[in-house]
Write a protein that binds this ligand. Structure first.
Ligand code: HEM
Ligand SMILES: [Ca+2]
Ligand SMILES: [Ca+2]
Length: 300
């Protein structure tokens, strides 16, 4: 069972240590906070919040990072920084899955998002689910109805889905994920001036996936988790096809308007949906393990 302050006896400073490390990393590399938010989605959505996303290739393990749905994910090495700090205080006590959850929570706050109280007590998987990633994580050009049903299946309704996509108020998108909306002709749902700007960012219809060619998710407040995302959607400046579709679908568009209108409302809905996401199907009690190194299952 997950509970608030699960480590209160076994490692009373655990949450504080994570918070300190997340803050230090943010001060050195601001985009680490952005990565922690994306990590939570890509871990929790795939089977369970069990740190399966963190596993590297090893015997019997094919890293989920290899899946094209996890393209562009970064800063994994700094998870080890957080884990090492926690390990030196309390060896083999705090799970990598809880580090994924807590770092996302602390990252959200540093990015100007809501203060979220999150339960802990998740345990780590002993396997990765690379073959299943695509069954859980949608593509950027999937239909809104498919996306809604994926989130529905883990207990997140249409409004929660609209709120969670507000995470695209921070970070970046590589050109490979954008050119489908720019070439051969620009997507008519995209503001024409914005399309011209994006074409300057992404001049080739077939970008090299390894090239560092990208556009900021939100040109105005790229490092603030705010409702600018929804304002941009309403002015037809959504970046991914899935972002822009939120305004054309009758179930989701009223929520876009509400969130564009009221940042506090967006933050409340974002916080509730993030909690549901963070509690998806956890391993608890004696299930799984507490990994010593977040990149590898323990050898026994
Ligand atoms: C239908 C659901 C979603 C799809 C299809 C999707 C797709 C994408 C894609 C294609 C990128 C760009 C990757 C790149 O080119 O580097 C991205 C970035 C990002 N996504 Fe999502 N996403 C979805 C939902 C979410 C959710 C629910 C969250 C978090 C709550 C999230 C957080 C992020 C963040 C923070 C970034 C920026 C990462 C960075 O700058 O390193 N996404 N997403
Ligand atoms: Ca997982
Ligand atoms: Ca923003």
């Amino acid at each position: 069972q997950l509970k608030l302050d699960f480590y209160s006896e076994s490692c009373p400073r655990a949450e504080e240590i994570v918070k300190e490390e997340v803050k230090k990393l943010y001060e050195e590399h601001g985009n680490t906070a952005v990565s922690w938010v994306r990590n939570l989605f890509h871990d929790c959505m795939v089977q369970s919040c069990d740190a399966s996303i963190l596993l590297e290739d090893a015997a019997n393990i094919v890293a989920e990072k290899r899946s094209d749905r996890n393209f562009g994910m970064r800063n994994f090495k700094y998870i080890n920084t957080i884990k090492n700090a926690v390990e030196s205080e309390c060896p083999m006590t705090v799970s990598c899955a809880d580090i994924v959850a807590l770092s996302a929570r602390d990252g959200v706050l540093l990015l100007g998002g809501p203060n979220i109280s999150m339960k802990t007590g998740r345990r780590d998987s002993r396997e990765s689910y690379t073959a299943q990633v695509a069954d859980f994580i949608p593509r950027h050009d999937d239909s809104i109805s498919l996306v809604l049903s994926r989130f529905q299946s883990i207990g997140i309704d249409a409004e929660g889905t609209v709120a969670l996509l507000g995470a695209h108020s921070v970070g970046r998108v590589h050109c490979v994920n954008l050119v489908n909306r720019l070439y051969p002709t620009a997507d008519p749902t995209l503001d024409p001036d914005y399309a011209e700007y994006l074409k300057r960012r992404c001049p080739s219809p077939e970008p090299d996936p390894k090239a560092v060619e990208y556009a900021r998710n939100d040109r105005e407040t790229p490092m603030v988790l705010d409702n600018m995302y929804y304002k941009h959607l309403l002015s037809r400046k959504g970046l991914l096809s899935i972002d822009q579709q939120l305004t054309s679908d009758a179930t989701t568009s009223p929520f876009v308007e509400k969130m564009a209108d009221d940042n506090g409302y967006f933050h409340d809905r974002f916080a509730s949906a993030l909690i549901v996401l963070s509690e998806n199907n956890p391993l608890t009690g004696e299930q799984g393990e507490i990994r010593k190194d977040c990149r590898f299952v323990n050898s026994i």
